[in-house]
Design a protein around this ligand. Structure first.
Ligand code: 5GP
Length: 134
């Protein structure tokens, strides 16, 4: 059965999309640690990130780099933190999180509750910055 992230990349489940190309897809995390918290996935469904073949793996990080630059441009923060956990959704993904301190990467913190309008506005701004960059 297709993973929830495959369904998101295919448009079968809605998401606040940030960027997409032939192999990769980026969208806002629905339970963000910070405004602009974004997930980057390969469209190919692989559970564990270190099982991805080398070429796709390198491309995933190159794609994430451009997404991170777009987030950094529009979300006030010191830098973009990157982490991989993958214990919840069995489809490899990179978390990109705007951070000001190490505590902003603490997944034990309560997640933000954002209205749909705020998700849409954040996604729109990051998407614009991404498209201007590419
Ligand atoms: P992990 O697998 O890295 O532990 O966590 C999975 C992440 O995916 C969590 O931060 C969670 O909020 C996010 N997530 C889970 N389901 C959905 C979903 O349906 N849509 C979006 N946008 N994010 C999701």
């Amino acid at each position: 059965m297709a993973s929830i992230f495959t369904k998101i990349a295919n448009g079968e489940i809605p998401s606040y999309k940030i960027a997409e190309d032939e192999h990769y897809f980026a969208f806002l995390d629905i339970n963000p640690l910070a405004k602009g918290h974004t997930l980057v996935i390969p469209k190919k469904e692989v559970d564990y990130i270190f099982d991805i073949d080398d070429e796709l793996y390198k491309g995933l990080f190159a794609f994430a780099k451009n997404v991170a630059a777009a987030i950094e441009k529009v979300m006030p923060c010191k830098r973009i933190g990157l982490t991989v956990i993958g214990l919840e959704v069995p489809h490899a993904h990179i978390h990109l999180i705007p951070i000001n301190s190490i505590y902003d990467m603490d997944f034990k913190q309560p997640k933000l509750q954002l209205e749909a309008g705020e998700f849409e506005s954040i996604a729109k701004n990051i998407r614009k910055a991404y498209n201007e960059r590419m």
